[in-house]
Every structure is written in structure tokens, then in C-alpha cells.
Write a protein that binds this ligand. Structure first.
Ligand code: SF4
Length: 385
């Protein structure tokens, strides 16, 4: 398939691996963070790390949208369904993220189905548009869409809200938990582990693919200029990632810190202006938002503008965010900041598995722990006699 097969070609991969081996200079280490969960998945799935020399290391970043949702946000969605009695619509992965009191949206759904809860309902959807269709089909029920994700998923949510207003729907709203990539990158660069202690050495970033189709490459220029960190935007195929690593090594070797675009078949400097305009019409910056692992970050997430307040579930149902501590054994915070690798969590692969996730990083296929577990042969080890 065009743009897929040639980016998974084994022969080309061997050639790129050789070029990386030649470019990486002995006597120094290279540490690159892949920000996005899509890259984490590709690296684990295709064994990209195994093709790199020992002195080129990849660090997983906080770019998995399910992973960075704090427990308190999942609790809000559960409260809407269980206490308020709405039909809560969500993509599949957030349903499995552990919440307070041993619950998850999935377990809350089972409880509601058994008749032990209020009149609420929880539905899994494949598309945001399905939530709007459900609201039209069930005018006597309040339908809430649990909107999560980075800049890639924000435009469809904005469109949904505009459509709901055009249809004059009074039974549809959105629990908005959309977050912003540049804020998370800034948080990593400003973290004490990177800035003060140097315990997370960082020589550059593999920049997100899908997010960058929307925001373009321009927002990363600040990190290259101010922090002197090269950024290479890369597609999600294994050769995209390897090519980006080679480009980063070449930048480091020549003392450059620039934004380069390996994914030029889909990403431009300015991104998708139409989508950006749609998003700014419907959303505005939140003053502060709590991220799992990164804490409260100023202006790092979006909320629905006052003009669209009728479609804001937080306002309509007066549900407020309440912070909740992670499970005491969970190291998701450290994994999301690049401080620890998944295997360094002492419950990785034993108590915490994709079938029984204790932390959010084991839920989504883009989560670092799930990717390591699934493609690191831990699954085989778990069933070995
Ligand atoms: S193994 Fe589980 S508990 Fe540990 S960091 Fe990963 S997701 Fe969190």
C-alpha cells in the first residue's frame, strides 16, 4: 500500500540502521524523546530500539492521551453517568482506566447494567459523531461525550459542538478534557530532572505526526530556539522513526538545534489553518489543568467558550474536578516524565498487565507500559509453564 509498504521495508531499514550506526559518534551518548504514544507503539512493535547502536537511546514521552488523564477526570465521567444519570459516551480506551474506589468506566457500566446504579448509561463509541447521533435518537436522555486527546482529536469535537448548536439540541454536551502538546513539551523541558539535576538527559525530540498535521511545525520552533533542542517531526511508520533519529543525530553532531520535518508528506509549517480556526472558535485556554505525571500545568488544556456553554457538561451538570492520588505502587508519573522505563515499575507485568491495568500507561496500545508488555515478549513469559 502506498505510503505504508515502503516505510516498512526491511532492506531500507537495514540501510538506515547502518547510516545511524555510522553517524552516531563513539565517545558520546544520544538521548531522544519520542513525545507521542504513536511513536512509542511503532518503536516497540517494530523493534526499532534493537536496530540502534548502544549509545543512541530513546526515552518515552507523555504523548499518550489516555495515559495523561488523571484519575479525577475519569471520576467526573463516572459521576455524570452514575450520580447524574446521563448517557456517557466514550472512546474505548478510557473505559478501562482505573478510577477511584476500584472503579473504572467499564466497571461502572457493569454496575449500571445490573440495576444497582442510577438511570445512567455508559456507551463505547468509535466516532465522536456517534454521540451526536445518539442524542438525536434519544431526545429524552442527556447524552455527554467524554472528549479526550491532543490537538488531533480537538477539531472533530469542535465540529460536533457546532453541529449540536445548529440542530438546537438541548440534550447533548461535552466533558472537555482536550490537552495541548507544546505545554507538555515545555513541562518536560522545565522539569527538575531535565533542567536542574540532569537525570533525564535529553538531546532532542521526535515530534508528533498526527498532532503536527493540525498545528504544523511552527509551534516547535520555540523549543529549538529557546532550549536549543532539535525537533524532527516524524510519521508513525518504522522507517519514519529511524529517519528522524538519523536527522536528529546529524543535528546534534553539527551543533544545530532546528525544527525539521521528516513527515513532509502530511505536515506543513502552518498546519491545518481551517481546523485551527474551528478549534479557536469553540474552545479557549484553561487557566490550569491537572495532568497525570506532570501535575497542574498552566494554559495546557482547552475548555468550551462561554458562547457554547449550553454544550459544556462541566457547566450544565456542575461537576468539578477533584484531585486523586495514583495507586501507591504505580510509577506512571515517572514513566510519563521519562524518568523511569516501564520495566522499572515493580508491578510491571506481574500485578499490572493489559488485562488488569493498575495504571493508565498499561491501558492504551500507545501507552509505554502496554507497548513494552505487548511487544517485549512479556506476554509469552506470563503464560510460559
Ligand atoms: S506497570 Fe502499571 S502501574 Fe506500573 S507504571 Fe506501568 S501502568 Fe503504571
Amino acid at each position: 500500500m502506498k505510503f505504508i509498504d515502503e516505510f516498512r521495508d526491511g532492506e531500507l531499514a537495514r540501510g538506515l540502521a547502518a547510516a545511524i550506526g555510522q553517524a552516531a559518534r563513539g565517545g558520546r551518548d544520544y538521548h531522544f524523546m519520542e513525545f507521542c504514544g504513536g511513536h512509542t507503539h511503532a518503536i516497540a512493535r517494530y523493534g526499532v530500539s534493537d536496530l540502534l547502536p548502544d549509545n543512541v537511546r530513546l526515552i518515552h514521552g507523555p504523548g499518550c492521551p489516555v495515559c495523561v488523564l488523571p484519575i479525577g477526570r475519569i471520576d467526573m465521567a463516572i459521576r455524570l453517568a452514575v450520580d447524574v444519570g446521563v448517557t456517557l459516551c466514550s472512546y474505548g480506551d478510557p473505559l478501562r482506566v482505573p478510577a477511584s474506589g476500584g472503579l473504572s468506566l467499564f466497571k461502572a457500566k457493569a454496575r449500571l447494567g445490573s440495576g444497582r446504579g442510577a438511570s445512567g448509561d455508559i456507551r463505547m463509541l468509535y466516532s465522536a459523531a456517534d454521540a451526536l447521533a445518539l442524542a438525536q435518537q434519544q431526545p429524552d436522555r442527556q447524552v455527554v461525550f467524554f472528549a479526550i486527546g491532543f490537538e488531533t482529536t480537538t477539531p472533530p469535537t469542535a465540529l460536533l459542538i457546532k453541529q449540536a448548536r445548529a440542530l438546537a439540541l438541548t440534550n447533548f454536551s461535552v466533558l472537555c478534557c482536550h490537552v495541548l502538546t507544546p505545554s507538555a513539551i515545555a513541562s518536560i523541558l522545565e522539569s527538575p530532572e531535565v533542567r536542574r539535576w540532569g537525570t533525564v538527559p535529553l538531546d532532542g525530540f521526535i515530534g508528533p505526526a498526527h498532532v503536527s498535521t493540525i498545528i504544523g511545525t511552527r509551534p516547535y520552533e520555540f523549543f529549538a530556539e529557546e532550549y536549543r533542542k532539535p525537533v524532527v517531526i516524524a510519521g508513525f511508520e518504522p522507517l519514519d522513526v529511524m529517519h528522524a533519529i538519523l536527522m536528529l543525530i546529524e543535528q546534534v553532531n553539527s551543533g544545530r538545534a532546528q525544527v525539521e520535518n521528516e513527515f513532509s508528506r502530511a505536515v506543513s509549517r502552518d498546519g491545518n489553518r481551517k481546523a485551527q480556526q474551528l478549534v479557536s472558535e469553540v474552545f479557549e485556554l484553561r487557566r490550569s489543568f491537572a495532568w497525570r505525571g506532570l501535575g497542574e500545568l498552566p494554559y495546557s488544556a482547552l475548555r468550551i467558550r462561554r458562547e457554547f456553554a449550553a454544550f459544556d457538561a462541566e457547566r450544565r451538570f456542575a461537576v468539578a474536578y477533584q484531585p486523586v492520588d495514583d495507586h501507591p505502587a504505580c510509577e506512571c508519573g515517572a514513566v510519563l516524565r521519562g524518568v523511569k522505563r516501564p520495566q522499572e515499575c515493580r508491578i510491571f507485568g506481574s500485578v499490572c498487565t493489559p488485562e488488569n491495568p493498575v495504571g493508565s500507561c498499561m491501558v492504551s496500545s500507545e501507552g509505554a507500559c502496554a507497548a513494552h508488555y505487548t511487544f517485549g515478549r512479556f506476554a509469552d513469559a506470563a503464560v510460559a509453564p
